[in-house]
Ligand binder design. Structure first.
Ligand code: SIN
Length: 293
């Protein structure tokens, strides 16, 4: 059966409050004719439902102060706190995604992930606001996990029924991990990442039904998922790799190109995302909030 949203997939439409233009790719829509600094309750409700439908919303030309970025994020839920980022001065909720022109530390967020999926209640959404955008590279990739699930062979869908994944951040954050600020590998890392906490472990179904749109989505990543409950490690790893191929198939990807003053909000329940490099010699700086409900 085709998705109830398919008929809108490449059609530009004017909602009562804004113009919403689907990207024409696997997910995402551009929202225009809207001032992100002054969103009323009706517009917030409309944006939440557009996010349920398109999974990634792009807001070009939205210069925002830190307070305005927080208020804009609150249109989608409550502001979350980040387990591993040291927030910017003056805010408990805004972190910087930053890389300096000459930096050689591992690129932040380069593996496919859903933000903080190892928490018991991961953020439903994330907002990034572009400040300094390099002239080349630095795109963000989004992979539509509803579409990835829909495209799975039936036998694989059956094998996933009832399975629960074991999430952990132990190889990405914390002591001895790839982002540990105390390690030699991260020398010169400009992102303000904490190294002083114990890892978090959480469990979530491999297929989750999205509360907003009722659609199933795959919820797994090779970086954060370390196993499957009641399954031998070898079997779990092979299953997770098999799903992963479907999760990042070209057919489910939207490649987002940034501009300065552009805000992007994505739904962590619907998409995986990852950073890309290719901007050596240029600074890149974005401000980020997470949103919980
Ligand atoms: C992130 O994973 O939040 C960062 C994405 C990016 O830098 O493009």
């Amino acid at each position: 059966m085709s998705s109830p949203f398919a008929r809108r997939s490449a059609v530009r439409y004017r909602s009562p409050m804004a113009v919403i233009t689907p990207t024409g790719h696997a997910c995402g829509a551009v929202v225009s004719d809207l001032d992100a600094r002054a969103i009323n309750d009706a517009e917030a409700a409309e944006l939440r439902s557009a996010l349920d439908e398109h999974h990634v919303l792009v807001f070009p030309d939205q210069r925002m102060s830190n307070d305005e970025l927080e208020r804009f994020s609150e249109a989608f839920g409550r502001l979350g706190t980040d387990p591993w980022f040291i927030p910017i001065e003056g805010s408990d909720h805004i972190a910087e995604i930053r890389r300096d022109a000459d930096e050689e530390a591992p690129l932040f967020g380069e593996g496919w992930h859903s933000d903080w999926s190892f928490l018991d209640s991961p953020p439903v959404a994330t907002c990034l606001l572009g400040l300094t955008i390099p002239p080349v590279g630095g795109d963000t990739l989004f992979a539509n996990q509803h579409l990835a699930y829909d495209r799975l062979p039936d036998d694989l869908k059956s094998r996933l029924e009832g399975l629960v994944a074991k999430h952990s951040d132990r190889f990405i954050y914390g002591k001895g991990s790839m982002h540990d600020p105390a390690s030699d590998e991260t020398a010169g890392q400009t992102m303000a990442i904490r190294g002083d906490r114990d890892p978090y472990d959480g469990q979530h179904p491999l297929v989750r039904i999205h509360e907003g749109n009722g659609r199933p989505a795959l919820f797994s990543t090779l970086g954060y998922v370390q196993g499957v409950v009641d399954m031998e490690d070898d079997e779990a790893r092979s299953l997770l790799r098999e799903i992963h191929e479907h999760q990042i198939d070209d057919a489910v990807i939207y490649r987002h190109r940034w501009e300065p003053d552009m805000a992007v909000v994505w739904d962590n329940r619907s998409v995986l995302h990852r950073a890309t490099g290719g901007y050596e010699g240029h600074d890149r700086l974005l401000r980020r909030t997470t949103i919980v409900r």
